[in-house]
Design a protein around this ligand. Structure first.
Ligand SMILES: [Fe+2]
Ligand SMILES: [Fe+2]
Length: 152
């Protein structure tokens, strides 16, 4: 078993489980804040991340790997919908970096099924980032300029 590929799969699964936890927490927060529409959108996002986790687990099981050793980071405190979306923006940008690197690695090692998995999720994470950006822009068109982060 290629340890580098295993590392990418484990990091990706950790990311997806963390994303599920984060979006579900945010959806619940929005419910408590009386923002049912935002809650529904964030809950839907958590379901998309869960589906990514399942694709990774299926791939890992197919390789004879157990989908364990995931590590979930602490969830940062958020006080507003804008806080929530900023946290999501950073998380999705990190996901894109991870999946781009993993896709490139599989391309170099001619691992077609690994490439197809990572590159497929990469495209969807790009859509997630665009979705967060569009929502943020609706809230406040100046927010992204203040982050100091460039679009990936
Ligand atoms: Fe994801
Ligand atoms: Fe995502």
């Amino acid at each position: 078993m290629d340890p580098k590929l295993t590392g990418y799969l484990r990091r990706a699964l950790s990311h997806e489980m963390a994303a599920v936890q984060l979006y579900l927490t945010q959806a619940t927060l929005c419910e408590l804040w009386g923002l049912p529409e935002a809650a529904g959108k964030l809950r839907h996002e958590s379901e998309e991340e869960l589906e990514h986790a399942q694709r990774l687990i299926r791939h890992m099981l197919g390789l004879g790997l157990l989908p364990n050793s995931t590590q979930l980071p602490a969830i940062s405190v958020t006080h507003s919908l804008k806080d929530i979306l900023m946290a999501d923006w950073h998380m999705e940008a990190e996901a894109i970096h991870l999946y781009a690197e993993a896709s490139q690695y599989c391309s170099r090692t001619r691992d077609e099924s690994g490439f197809s998995l990572f590159n497929g999720i990469l495209q969807e994470e790009r859509d997630h980032l665009a979705w967060v950006e569009s929502w943020l822009n609706d809230l406040d068109s100046t927010v992204l300029q203040q982050t100091g982060f460039n679009r990936v």
